[in-house]
Design a protein around this ligand. Structure first.
Ligand SMILES: CSCCC(=O)C(=O)COP(=O)(O)O
Ligand SMILES: [Mg+2]
Length: 226
């Protein structure tokens, strides 16, 4: 019996296009000025220092750090300091009404249905927990945050590593086999299955790589039995 569902965001609850054509370009446009303006504030300074450490450039000045971050956006690197800073930059975009978080209507329905059925819902995304909460608080369908029990990001570990899912299951406090992980990415599903979780792959667009996981075209087709 499924007692908890952990869902990915990009390509699962919302479109890949929203992340790559709205969120990432917004961060690319505003990140430099944001870091220049707020670089002395502890929450930003901590991430700037983490960039220097991760890039192995301890002497990098602020302009060099910004260039590193912009390169990481271009390469879609799922690294914690970039993700934390992106979340801070997107906050302004959501609050200004520059965009709303894309969530597929079937995902809204499915999440509401499962929540009403007493299944605990969690998010696991490379986007920071702050960015996840912003997306669901300012979604196309309104504030959906009350549906979720908890959020996990790269501070729990990379999404393609089995140990990350072991940690998530420990926090959830349910047996791995009663936790279902939803994602569009086979490598993430492989890692979750290795940790003993049940898995379903969302294939929302033609031509996506599939693997050994049950495939669903949308949340209506996600089976909770068998
Ligand atoms: C929290 S919305 C932004 C998502 C993001 O930054 C990202 O890299 C997508 O990662 P996911 O793990 O949801 O595929
Ligand atoms: Mg995804």
């Amino acid at each position: 019996m499924i007692r908890a569902i952990v869902t990915d965001i990009e390509g699962t609850t919302g479109s890949i296009a929203f992340v790559h054509e709205v969120l990432f370009p917004y961060a690319r446009r505003h990140l430099g000025d944001f870091v220049r303006q707020h670089g002395n504030e502890p929450v930003v300074a901590e991430q700037v220092e983490a960039v220097r450490h991760l890039a192995d450039e301890p002497e990098a000045d602020l302009e060099r750090v910004i260039a590193i971050l912009e390169g990481w956006i271009d390469d879609d690197r799922k690294v914690t300091p970039l993700k934390a800073l992106q979340g801070l930059v997107w906050e302004r975009g959501y609050r200004n009404g520059d965009f709303t978080g894309h969530v597929y209507p079937d995902a809204v329905d499915g999440l509401q249905r499962w929540h009403q059925a007493g299944i605990a819902l969690y998010v696991y995304s490379s986007g920071s927990v702050q960015a996840q909460k912003l997306l669901f608080a300012h979604s196309d369908a309104g504030d959906l945050t009350s549906l979720f029990t908890g959020y996990f990001d790269t501070t729990t570990g990379p999404k393609r590593e089995m140990a990350s899912y072991r940690r998530i299951v420990e926090v959830i406090g349910e047996p791995a086999e009663s936790v279902l992980f939803l994602s569009d990415v086979v490598a993430e599903l492989d890692a979750a299955a290795e940790a003993g979780l049940r898995t379903v792959q969302l294939v929302r667009e033609p031509g996506m790589t599939t693997g050994a996981h049950f495939v669903a075209a949308n949340f209506d087709a996600v089976p909770l039995d068998g």
